[in-house]
Design a protein around this ligand. Structure first.
Ligand code: GLN
Length: 215
């Protein structure tokens, strides 16, 4: 059972803690700038990450949507892989959205790219078809209050199976998992950064805060 972060109950003390957090968004390819804007709107320091050495100063990291084969290629080219594992192992919070979810998976149903194995999930790419099959859907997100979340899916993946200790926190009506959490790791198949609803970003900030206080 994942502990529910209390994202909607911030007092002024918590606001102080939040202002000390630093979240990075991997800015090699994809829609990193939309995540940066969302975190800044929440009063969080958010930076574009282009070098592995930047991970040392971060409490949380987002791997954004984009094109997973390209992102994996660039991660390897710039020497990020080992540093990403070290970041997660020392308790840094990690969130992969869409292509980012593919990148952090343990296994894919596709032969490529070679995922990084940062989260114990098996993922199918392009599950819903091509770009023209992009869509919006609404569903409850376990741990987020305030009613269903309207989610944007763009050539999105789904989670096929999860390992021990990974919780499914959102599903489509047909039961397909589209958001999963395991401790300091979060993966979503959709794009919360492309809506005005910041609740998933607030959920991640609560995860980052939990990790930052125990480290
Ligand atoms: N289909 C893309 C891929 O496989 C992911 C799409 C997205 O991030 N919106 O990488």
């Amino acid at each position: 059972m994942v502990e529910t972060p209390s994202v909607s109950r911030q007092n002024s003390g918590e606001a102080d803690e939040i202002s000390q957090l630093k979240i990075g968004v991997l800015a090699l390819q994809g829609d990193f700038i939309e995540h940066i804007h969302m975190f800044r709107k929440l009063g969080i320091e958010a930076v574009e990450v282009r070098k592995p050495s930047q991970l040392a100063g971060l409490d949380g990291l987002v791997i954004p949507g984009g094109e997973s084969t390209t992102i994996v290629k660039l991660i390897n080219m710039f020497g990020f892989a080992a540093e990403l594992h070290a970041f997660v192992d020392r308790g840094g919070a990690l969130w992969g959205t869409c292509a980012g979810m593919i990148v952090i998976a343990r296994e894919l149903t596709d032969p490529y790219p070679e995922p990084l194995g940062l989260m114990d999930i098996c993922v199918s790419r392009n599950w819903f078809g091509r770009q023209v099959d992009s869509f919006e859907d609404q569903f409850e997100f376990n741990g987020i209050e305030g009613g269903p979340f309207l989610a944007v899916f763009i050539r999105a993946p789904v989670v096929e199976s999860v390992g021990d200790g990974v919780d499914v926190i959102a599903r489509l009506a047909d039961g397909k998992p589209v958001a999963v959490r395991s401790g300091n790791r979060l993966a979503t198949a959709f794009h919360p950064e492309l809506t005005d609803d910041s609740r998933v970003h607030e959920y991640f900030v609560a995860m980052v805060k939990e990790g930052a206080t125990v480290r």
